[in-house]
Design a protein around this ligand. Structure first.
Ligand SMILES: [Fe+2]
Ligand SMILES: [Fe+2]
Length: 197
């Protein structure tokens, strides 16, 4: 379990960086991620940290997010760097490493891919992707359905979440990254194979 001191350190870092509303969202994602980690046997402390910090770069100005994203150790797509809503996840992983000295690959990867998803993500990153969608502050039309799916099967919930994200992007005319498509295809195959068994 995370020590009280560690939680205090993290909150001293995070709170001043964001609005009250986003801070509440961050806390909700952290708690949802811990619950999912418990359900699926992932590391609960890492789930808390990644969930809590996932949006830490979101309120930096776009130029700063881009400057940070360019330093990412993870692969990025050129168009991704030109798409402001996608920058904060790439930049967030850089901030967490640079400013908190967190170099745990699972945590960094979960933050980096929480907006786009990616193929072959470990359970922790899937958990953060889903926790961000189903946290207590979310109230879109199908959130109840999504919450139920997340606690039934990670693979099926990821497919549902990615389908939802992709159709929403298409409606808005937004760019869809290659990693999002690849993730979607991965879960199509995985879910088909698991139904055959
Ligand atoms: Fe985010
Ligand atoms: Fe978020």
């Amino acid at each position: 379990m995370l020590s009280e001191r560690r939680v205090k350190e993290l909150s001293a870092f995070l709170k001043p960086r964001m609005s009250k509303k986003r801070y509440i969202h961050s806390v909700n994602v952290a708690y949802e991620a811990v619950k999912l980690a418990r359900k699926y046997g992932a590391d609960e402390d890492k789930a808390f940290i990644a969930g809590y910090l996932h949006d830490c770069a979101k309120e930096l100005d776009t130029q700063e997010q881009r400057r940070l994203a360019e330093q990412s150790e993870f692969q990025t797509e050129a168009v991704e760097l030109d798409t402001p809503p996608l920058l904060h996840s790439i930049a967030g992983a850089v901030v967490v490493r640079n400013e908190l000295g967190i170099d745990d690959r699972d945590i960094l990867e979960a933050i980096r891919y929480h907006t786009t998803g990616a193929p072959d993500l470990p359970p922790l990153a899937q958990i953060i992707y889903l926790a961000d969608l189903i946290s207590a502050d979310r109230d879109y039309k199908d959130v109840k359905k999504m919450r139920k799916a997340a606690y039934e099967s990670l693979d099926e919930a990821m497919l549902e979440a990615l389908s939802f994200a992709i159709s929403d992007d298409v409606k808005k005319g937004s760019y869809i990254t290659r990693t999002t498509w690849a993730a979607y295809n991965e879960y199509i195959v995985k879910n088909k194979n698991s139904k055959k068994k």
